[in-house]
Design a protein around this ligand. Structure first.
Ligand SMILES: NC(=O)c1ccc[n+]([C@@H]2O[C@H](COP(=O)([O-])OP(=O)(O)OC[C@H]3O[C@@H](n4cnc5c(N)ncnc54)[C@H](O)[C@@H]3O)[C@@H](O)[C@H]2O)c1
Length: 348
């Protein structure tokens, strides 16, 4: 099924959903006292059936899932109609949770995503991956369940403070590095990443993600694995140090660039050239990475072992950077990843 993507300058009316729907939304909007949220709050109230949850990793926690699904189920039963649309309004945590719910409720209900963070708008809402966390380890269970529609509403996305754009930068530069070509040429010249830059690049970044996803929608051919650039280390720091996902990925991409140089996949000239580009200069520097790693665990093997891509031989498929548009995937033993990690950690 092809996901329909709509860009809107205004809030769509409930009627435009053409049928019964249940809105699952981030409670943040309802609880905010900020005047700028008024329109959003009023719009949420126009959905007769709605339920709000606190966003974040706890929402994706399997242990608290039964209680939440019971509440949702009782609402869906009140609507008492087949094909109730499930609408997720929020960032990536709301999206992952809502997508999972839609995929299992009544063996699958139509899903609409309305992403409200840059990270979800450019990345997590697209491609149909849903996920829950288990005992503190991220995304251990989930389904492939693409949304029928993804609606990107400009005034909603522009509500975000600058910090959200900074958090999304890791995923944005990941897509630009993987795509290369014209996208990299324009992206690499950016001097800062704020709401207006993020809105401007949004269609091209989404396009870049679908170019990869459409070649391997169910992650069977290994192509989609490219989207894990920066995530091997990123997921460790997200779990161990509670870093926001996008920030952890930004550090992870810096680490992947350093690992690529160390293994000579990225030659010194290309490494230096890459580091001269404006966009790469918005990533954490090597010394900021080393500094951050002072407070991270020494042994990361327990985290790496949780990686879904680990092979029987205890190797991981690591995504290196050779040049923009050329990011080779290679099997690396977790012992070698650990060695590189400890070498970085020991640097001053
Ligand atoms: N399914 C996928 O393919 C995929 C890909 C990447 C990341 N993810 C998941 O996405 C999650 C991270 O996404 P996220 O950073 O959007 O997280 P999030 O949903 O936790 O949102 C981050 C914060 O932004 C706030 N927020 C949401 N919309 C806002 C708005 N318009 N204005 C101001 N604040 C707003 C939220 O209340 C929250 O505090 C992680 O759980 C990650 O695993 C999934």
């Amino acid at each position: 099924m092809k996901t329909k993507i709509e860009f809107k300058n205004n809030f769509p009316s409930v009627k435009s959903f053409n049928g019964p729907c249940l809105l699952i939304y981030d409670l943040y909007f309802e609880n905010s006292h900020d005047e700028s949220m008024k329109h959003m709050k009023d719009w949420i109230k126009t959905f007769q059936y709605r339920i709000g949850f606190q966003s974040g990793e706890e929402l994706k926690n399997l242990a608290s899932f039964p209680e939440k699904i019971e509440k949702i189920l009782s609402l869906v039963s009140q609507i008492a109609m087949k094909d109730v649309q499930i609408i997720g309004l929020g960032g990536g945590s709301i999206g992952d949770f809502t997508g999972f719910v839609a995929s299992i409720l009544k063996r699958g209900l139509p899903l609409v995503h309305i992403p409200t963070t840059w990270l979800s708008a450019m990345d997590s809402a697209h491609g149909g991956k849903t996920a829950l966390n288990v005992t503190g380890f991220k995304n251990q269970i989930g389904t492939f369940y693409a949304a029928q529609k993804i609606i990107l509403i400009k005034p909603v996305l522009l509500l975000q403070p600058q910090i959200r754009a900074e958090e999304a930068f890791g995923e944005a530069i990941k897509i630009a590095l993987l795509t290369g070509k014209e996208l990299w040429t324009s992206f690499s010249k950016m001097k800062s990443f704020d709401n207006s830059v993020a809105w401007k690049f949004l269609p091209k970044l989404i396009d870049g993600k679908y170019k990869i996803v459409n070649k391997d929608p169910f992650e069977k051919k290994g192509i989609r694995h490219l989207l894990n650039l920066g995530h091997t280390f990123g997921h460790v720091w997200e779990a161990s140090n509670n870093l926001p996902h996008g920030k952890a990925v930004a550090f992870g991409i810096r680490a992947a660039i350093e690992f690529s140089k160390e293994t000579k996949i990225l030659n010194l000239k290309k490494y230096n050239d890459l580091n001269k580009t404006m966009a790469i200069q918005l990533l954490p520097t090597k010394s900021q990475l080393v500094q951050m790693m002072k407070n991270t665990p020494i042994n990361i093997q327990p985290y790496l072992i949780k990686d879904k891509k680990i092979s029987k031989k205890n190797t991981l498929r690591f995504i290196f950077v050779q040049s923009p548009g050329k990011c080779p995937i290679k099997d690396v033993s977790i012992v070698d990843i650990q060695k590189f990690y400890n070498k970085l950690q020991g640097q001053n």
